[in-house]
Design a protein around this ligand. Structure first.
Ligand code: FES
Length: 197
């Protein structure tokens, strides 16, 4: 014998339908509230602009360096001479104080000159060295970026606060600083424009 009682057949009753409908409406309402909150948490263009910086290097000649500021920190960008590149490339890793590349674009790489000049897209442009210009000892700003400044005994940068010498790849070679000058995230977006951050 058949029955038309929905409670017997397993079909949803009117009460079930109201419950299902109100649950679905609550879920849609929650999503509608969540969207503006999530949307507000996304950084807008002005925040992204502060976290990255594009620098036109077309006026920097071989042997010159510039200092810019990114996220409140000095960043040195040096267009190295062939002699500076050769000096950095031929330095054996065994001669280094810190054998970590300290490159935000790589992880766990040794401090070869190639690893020190590799950008976020995995490419190395030996002519361009990009460094955060903060001494790894106690945070002074090393000399060696402006023409005529003391570049130290290894031809890179010199920190006069306590006498740390960095080579032409920004690696610590002498003095109390324990680590190489860090390489920030960077990438060339054209032959002469680099984006930091
Ligand atoms: S802060 Fe640079 S050597 Fe001390």
């Amino acid at each position: 014998m058949t029955t038309s009682d929905p409670t017997q057949t397993g079909e949803p009753t009117r009460r079930d339908f109201i419950h299902i409908f109100s649950t679905a409406a609550t879920a849609v309402g929650a999503a509608a509230v969540a969207w503006p909150l999530v949307h507000q948490m996304n950084p807008d263009a002005s925040v992204l602009a502060l976290s990255t910086k594009e620098v036109d290097l077309s006026a920097v000649e071989v042997g010159q360096a510039i200092k810019i500021f990114w996220q409140g920190k000095p960043v040195f960008i040096r267009r190295r001479t062939p002699a500076e590149i050769e000096d950095a490339e031929t330095t054996p890793l065994s001669a280094l104080v810190d054998d970590d590349a300290r490159n935000a674009n790589l992880s766990g790489a040794e401090a070869s000159d190639n690893a020190r000049t590799t950008s976020a897209d995995g490419e190395a442009k030996p002519e361009w060295l990009v460094l955060v210009g903060v001494c790894t000892h106690l945070g002074c700003i090393p000399l060696g970026t402006t023409s005529g400044e003391n570049k130290g005994e290894y031809g890179g940068w010199f920190c006069p606060c306590h006498g740390s010498h960095y080579d032409t790849a920004g690696r610590i070679r002498k003095g109390p600083a324990p680590e190489n000058l860090p390489i920030p995230p960077f990438q060339f977006i054209s032959d002469t424009v680099v984006r930091i951050g």
